[in-house]
Design a protein around this ligand. Sequence first.
Ligand code: NAP
Length: 248
Amino acid sequence: MVFSGNNVLVTGSSRGIGAEIAKTLAGFGLKVWVHYRSGAVQADAVKEEIEAAGGKAAVIGFDVSDEAAFVDAIKTIIDSDGELSYLVNNAGITNDKLAMRMKTDDFMSVINANLTSCFVGCRESMKVMRKKKFGSVVNISSIIGETGNAGQTNYAASKGGVIAMTKSFAIEAATSGIRYNSITPGFISTEMTEVLVDEIKDGINAKIPMQRMGKASEVAEATAFLLSDHASYITGETLKVNGGMNMA
Ligand code: NAP
């Protein structure tokens, strides 16, 4: 794939989907900022794997819910590289409970980690990318943001918000040469879905036309496409990567 830009920050790339996105983008020649909150050792391992394969990487750690820390991190990247070409807002959490039992704090913690952080990343990236009149951002939403799900009112609200917010950023940034798109993965095999018991996993697979969970690498390839020059006329789009689970 062809990329006119040079570097990318992938939030939450110490493991799971983010780590796969980081490795995939490094494979296309981008310098990748591998990001973690608590998994410094795992982030270092991702960096080492990228470098062993001949790629370029740096590690950066901060809590995406901490606005000042996110702003500082973008500054660190600009001070080091002089630019930020691409951003993938991937870091995310779940905190599932039936709505009747969900405390407002349970709701807001997921909104802050998944939606507010994404807003801060989109806004701060716009400030630096517009100076070069170039940039591309991919926000990792979820199929749950399209369909809703029992026990996930907080997560569904955060991920539905990401889809709508991405479209608004896309409109505001369109004449500045910056594209904003989102991806809605279905169920992907990572630590987030590993916690599900086999009975639930079997129930999920039965509802997927392709009859299997997706691989992190399949989300990574779609992310690379949306960031790349190949998607130069695509902005505000929501790309489903879900094995056919939701086509609406
Ligand atoms: P994961 O394996 O649980 O990894 C989550 C990543 O996000 C980790 O690198 C973690 O960092 C980081 N992170 C979480 N909270 C953070 C915070 N407050 N500040 C900074 N970093 C934070 O998750 P995943 O399954 O790869 O999911 C990645 C994204 O895809 C999420 O946005 C998720 O909602 C979305 N998604 C996943 C699926 C799925 O089936 N897996 C489906 C649809 C959408 P540390 O470990 O270093 O703390």
